[in-house]
Write a protein that binds this ligand. Structure first.
Ligand SMILES: [Zn+2]
Length: 883
């Protein structure tokens, strides 16, 4: 709050000073032009000539010593900020400037504070001098990379290897791009072969889905490689290369390849300092290859040491990861599991966001204050995610003043340089101001499958088509506010101003007295203000804009104490449906709270919006729920996440995310089933609670069917990558949602109801407002059941195999001996055997199976007609007939 006040005051001072400043502008500009020239000439005496009388010469000498360096080929100086010194313009100004000095293909950027004074000399009233100068921060080395047009090599059987990748150029030529330290980029032309052979079994499976074979081998005719110069000699074998005279046509072709490929990675956006494509250097050991293949277009292999999974193979054209995994070195360092939080340098504690949204122009103006705590030993730069289309106007820290930021192109990234590194556990506050056009995101595809895009569309015969009320969702995929590279629990206060005709629902509890109209002189400029407070930590923040009417608001009291403020905001045509949703949401919240013993957030708002697409999205404190119009062209019944006989399934699923996915987070993409599988299972539990066992059984059958049909596409732990290569999101939902839920049900059947629900409560309690993994769930369930569950989770979550079982029996006196056999790999699985009697209903017997063959004696209750394994209990096995 203190920070906010400071900035407001600063703005007032700036306004008052504006008139005087205009007169001084010319003089200041003249001085800055001279400083820019001094940087270019590195002429210290020329710098001293710009100093005010009485300036501290020792300080000036130090400044010139670090900031003026010989060899500059171009210099640029841009003023960023100006305030009057001591509250009176006659004292002078304090400026913040960014200075770029280019040394051929290398450049350096620094942010300086300059205190300027009038000379005071007669006849030179508007001449300015430097009273003091200080470097605030600097980026020492960035590079402009271009191919060396004077060098060409003939390559014969050139072999380049990276982990699990072999490139071979049988016959061709090579061109290089050099910086002062050596070669950093290479273009290969000619007859090449690429062979990619990932070591992990799961990745072999994904490569097979991509190309039909576990090893991808294909021809390429051009490639662009990027390395750290110090790695060049160890990667390229000199004996396979021979310097030859440059052949103009080859050079032209190499330059074309270079121009297209070089801009895709490592390029930074320097705004008004330079329009040229300056780049960062790859880290030592990092390697990038863009390979132009005939069969698969451009394939990108990257080795990136800072990533938890440092090897990727990427399909450029379709934007799909084909393989993504940890190298051998990485695995040795960190073991098989990782928490993405271990890689972040800082932890965001709190957001204070002030923004204006104008949805008809898709425009947002934002100012976000962030309070963060340093996690790494030393932190010199801060990396944030922020949408590329949002222009950063300023970065101001309470401690350091104005800071310099670099946008890395096409990565929604902002890198902020700190003047002095911060140590572990130190706190930092900074405010980032930005604006731009930003597209909203779509709802999660909790349930979408396009059966026939033409069906139901308006034609001349069917002119009546109701247009859906427009709505705009900004959430985890929008990067609408500066945020950490991975989701990060933080509290927040969000103030949003919108046009008066627009309504808003956002993460947090709406503060009393809001929305409020902020009147402008021109009533057409009036704004409506919302303030939301999230007192409990959230993984990410979101808001949705549309035209809403309040359908319902109520407060639910839980038996075990605590309350939940529930509200439903609906598009005007959906208000009636909104009241039904409110009633259902209250029942669901009570039910979930009774299972888990807690309700994480103090309020929950449902935003019921019209859409052609079914689906929803559930950040903390609210959920948007799409209400498909009758005229929707989409048919989605045949989808793993659609339970067409139970329309309340969606709201039950979305509401469950307040507990699973929001309050309990997943530590990386492999663990998304802890969110979706749990939400799916809880929705099924509520269906059973509300409608009874028959509905529950039909859901279990559906979970089972989708899981079995798609299991060969990969393990649950592959998360979003399931179905990703072929663009089949149904595979993702079938496995992460449905198989995830089926695994929970099997776990419950293996360890027993009491143990399972106690385990759930323990898992929730230990994980609330944290990002956790399957091993945390395992630990909680092992504690409560006393049973080892390592193999259970290993096979069902990290494995893709489905067990095969058969059942047989023999009669021994008054008993039947059931014999259950697993054919092949042994799993832990709960098998329900139905004993079918001649003269009465069948009887189910649950047999937890943990060995190849298990026998169970059961007293006979009549004349036995036969036995079979039930398909009604969600158990995932292929059932083999006969015995
Ligand atoms: Zn979901």
């Amino acid at each position: 709050m203190k920070l906010r006040t400071t900035i407001v005051l600063l703005a007032v001072v700036l306004c008052a000073a504006a008139a005087a400043r205009a007169q001084d502008d010319d003089g200041v500009r003249l001085l800055l032009g001279r400083v820019e020239r001094v940087v270019r000439t590195a002429d210290a005496s020329a710098y001293f000539a710009l100093l005010s009388a009485g300036a501290n010469l020792d300080r000036a000498r130090d400044f010139a010593g670090t900031e003026l360096m010989p060899g500059v080929t171009r210099s640029v100086l841009q003023e960023r900020d100006r305030v009057v010194l001591g509250g009176d313009a006659s004292n002078g100004y304090r400026l913040m400037v960014d200075v770029m000095a280019e040394f051929g293909s290398r450049a350096r950027i620094a942010t300086w504070r300059l205190d300027l004074k009038r000379t005071g000399a007669a006849g030179a009233e508007n001449e300015w001098t430097i009273a003091d100068a200080e470097r605030i921060s600097s980026v020492e080395s960035i590079y402009r990379v271009s191919l060396n047009g004077a060098k060409q090599y003939a390559a014969h059987d050139l072999k380049i290897a990276a982990e699990d990748l072999d490139l071979r150029l049988e016959e061709g030529s090579m061109f290089v791009a050099e910086i002062d330290g050596g070669v950093t980029a290479v273009v290969l032309l000619g007859k090449g072969i690429v062979n990619f052979h990932p070591a992990p079994a799961t990745e072999k499976g994904q490569v097979k889905i991509f190309c039909g074979s576990e090893t991808l081998e294909t021809r390429f005719d051009a490639a662009y490689l990027r390395v750290n110069p110090s790695d060049f000699d160890s990667i390229f074998t000199a004996s396979a290369l021979q310097a030859v005279p440059v052949e103009p046509r080859s050079l032209k072709r190499a330059q074309d390849v270079f121009r297209d490929e070089a801009q895709k990675s490592f390029v930074i956006d320097l705004g008004d300092l330079s329009r040229e494509p300056w780049t960062l250097l790859p880290g030592q050991g990092d390697f990038l290859a863009e390979m132009r293949t005939r069969r698969f277009d451009t394939l990108t292999y990257a080795r990136s040491g800072t990533e938890a999974e440092d090897i990727t193979l990427f399909d450029r054209k379709r934007h799909h990861n084909i393989a993504l995994y940890a190298s051998k070195v990485k695995l040795a360092q960190r073991g098989p599991f990782y928490n993405e939080d271990d890689l972040v340098d800082y932890d965001i504690l709190d957001y204070d966001i002030d923004m204006a949204a104008t949805p008809d122009r898709l425009w947002i103006d934002g100012r976000t204050s962030i309070r963060l705590k340093v996690r790494s030993t030393v932190l010199g730069t801060l990396t944030f995610r922020l949408a590329d289309s949002l222009t950063v106007q300023s970065i101001v820290s309470y401690q350091f003043g104005r800071l310099f930021g670099i946008r890395v192109k096409n990565q929604n990234t902002l890198v902020v340089n700190l003047p002095t590194p911060l140590g572990r556990d130190s706190e930092l506050s900074l405010t980032i101001t930005y604006a731009g056009r930003l597209e909203p995101q779509t709802a999660d595809r909790e349930a979408i499958a396009l059966l026939d895009p033409g069906q139901g569309r308006a034609t001349d015969d069917q002119p009546l088509m109701i247009a859906a009320e427009p709505s705009w969702l900004y959430s985890s995929r929008s990067f609408w506010y500066p945020q950490a590279a991975v989701s990060d629990y933080a509290t927040a206060r969000i103030r949003i101003s919108v046009p008066p005709a627009v309504d808003c629902v956002a993460s947090g509890e709406l503060e009393a007295g809001f929305p409020a109209i902020l009147a402008a002189k021109d009533p057409a400029q009036n704004r409506k203000i919302y303030v939301f407070t999230a007192a409990k930590p959230l993984r990410y923040l979101a808001f949705i804009l549309s035209r809403f009417a309040r359908a319902e608001t109520s407060t639910i009291g839980f038996e075990s104490g605590g309350t939940l403020n529930l509200s439903v905001e609906a598009n005007p045509r959906q208000v009636q449906r909104g009241r039904e949703v409110a009633e259902r949401a209250a029942e669901i919240a009570l039910f979930y709270q009774s299972i888990i013993g807690d309700s994480p957030y103090s309020s929950f708002a449902v935003a019921l919006v019209e859409s052609d697409l079914p689906g929803g999205h559930s950040p903390g404190y609210f959920a948007m729920l799409n209400q498909p119009l009758p005229s929707s062209p989409l048919v989605w019944r045949n989808d793993p996440a659609a339970f067409s006989n139970y329309p309340d399934f969606f709201i039950a699923h979305e509401l469950a995310h307040q507990w699973w996915g929001q309050a309990v987070g997943w530590r990386n993409y492999h663990e998304q089933w802890l969110s979706e599988g749990f939400a799916q299972y809880f929705a099924a539990l509520f269906a059973q609670h509300q409608k009874g066992d028959d509905l529950f059984v039909s859901m279990l059958r559906q979970l089972r069917k989708w899981s079995l049909d798609t299991s060969d596409q990969g393990p649950v732990s592959l998360g979003y990558r399931l179905g990703h290569i072929r663009g089949e999101s149904r595979v993702f939902r079938a496995l992460v949602y449905n198989k995830g839920a089926a695994v929970l049900h099997m776990l419950r059947r293996m360890i027993g109801d009491d143990e399972f629900f106690r385990g759930l409560r323990r898992f929730y309690r230990d994980s609330r407002f944290r990002k956790v993994g399957t091993d945390d769930l395992q630990a909680a369930m092992e504690r409560e059941s006393g049973k080892p569950l390592d193999r259970f989770f290993q096979q069902w979550i990290y494995g893709a195999t489905i067990p095969r079982v058969k059942v047989g029996y023999r009669l021994e006196g008054p008993e039947v001996v059931l014999r259950i056999e697993q054919v092949g790999e042994v799993f832990d699985l709960p098998v329900t055997v139905s004993l079918q009697y001649v003269d009465r209903k069948s009887v189910d017997v649950l047999v937890p199976v943990t060995e190849q063959v298990v026998e169970r004696r059961v007293p006979l209750a009549g004349v036995l007609r036969g036995v079979e394994i039930s398909k009604d209990d969600g158990m995932l096995a292929e059932i083999i007939k006969g015995s």
